[in-house]
Write a protein that binds this ligand. Sequence first.
Ligand code: FAD
Length: 391
Amino acid sequence: MPQALSTDVLIIGGGVAGLWLNARLRRLGFATLLVESASLGGGQSVKSQGIIHGGAKYALHGALTGSAEAIGDMPRRWREALAGGGDLDLSGVRLLSDAHYLWSPGTLAGNLTSFFASKAMRTRVDQVKGERLPPALQDPAFKGKVYRLNELVLDVPSLIARLAGLAGDSLLAGSHIEALRDGDELVGLRVDGRDIHARRIVLSAGAGNEALLAGLDLRQPAQQRRPLHMVLVKGAGLKPLYAHCLGGGPKPRITVTSHPAADGQWVWYLGGDIAEADGVARDEAAQIAAARKELAALLPWIDLSDARFATLRVDRAEPAQSGLVRPDNAFLAEQGRLLVGWPTKLALAPDFADRVLASLERAGIQPGERPPLPELPRPPLARPVWEELLP
Ligand code: FAD
């Protein structure tokens, strides 16, 4: 039987939420263990577009939702961390773009008017022209308007690698998880037959939270999945573009991010409306055809003759909301020693950790003794999704 362990905080799930939390707790002196059943970042995190939103996208309705408020401080916090200060030292994490852009392809005056009318917008928005346009839009044929948002785009694989580095010896590969109880009280978890006692247990397993809760005989908090059908495009003719392209509706028509592949080519990753309901209903071939059509309509000067396409189906996992609306903040629920949550966005990982820290503070839990850990089986890092699908 493997050696029993005890720790201050036992974290289940090594996506951005668990890894950020783990690094923050360790920095504050807490003893932690993080259990990952597959690969670090391999759930939603490395499949995300890496945009550190400041809330601009959610202000497109004109009437501002809570999202823009809650998320408004995230670009500053991430910038500080990337510069080596702030909550964590994320120096070395690759910044793909210092800004994300809002791009209106035609005369969508109504849409933009309501956007700029939203007084509570904290994000600064400047129009850019000429050489300040994103490289993919610097073409004489380009007619739209482009605004620079105070948002950044990260290379998520390098973020996950950095957070895994900050985890030191606290990572444990493990998949079979059972409750460890003292009478009726949950006092820890048994991971692959190893007892781990903990003062707090945090479930941050993304879509895996639901099954973990069921295994602990719990039904709450309920989870929702929002399916997406993303498109990847790789080709020598692609240039970097990080932008929400506005359509007529409240959601971006497409959201494009660009990712450097190991062979030096760019991969465009397409989300936004194209990846939602209608896109989810399409099969892979129809989704690729729809993406080709969108790109030909919006960026006809981009040479896609040698481009290769792939699609990726992935669910966003979030706390259940009525009507599948977007949750506004990171979410955390408490039940005794058990904390369960979803950051709801990569950008909100710092907010998720804040909520756990606030809960520890309310319970008067201070960093305890940190007994040396034995050598533990370490989970691998996830491979970038564009290397998996378009090698
Ligand atoms: P995950 O990254 O899913 O990690 C959960 C981890 O738990 C996984 O590694 C999984 O293997 C592990 N796990 C599961 N079950 C168990 C178990 N039983 N035991 C142990 N481990 C387990 N957000 C943004 O802010 N900006 C964006 O641009 C953005 N783009 C997105 C694009 C897409 C296509 C998607 C799907 C999401 C996007 N998001 C974005 C949202 C963001 O990716 C997620 O909110 C965030 O990554 C969730 O992090 P997480 O750590 O909670 O979950």
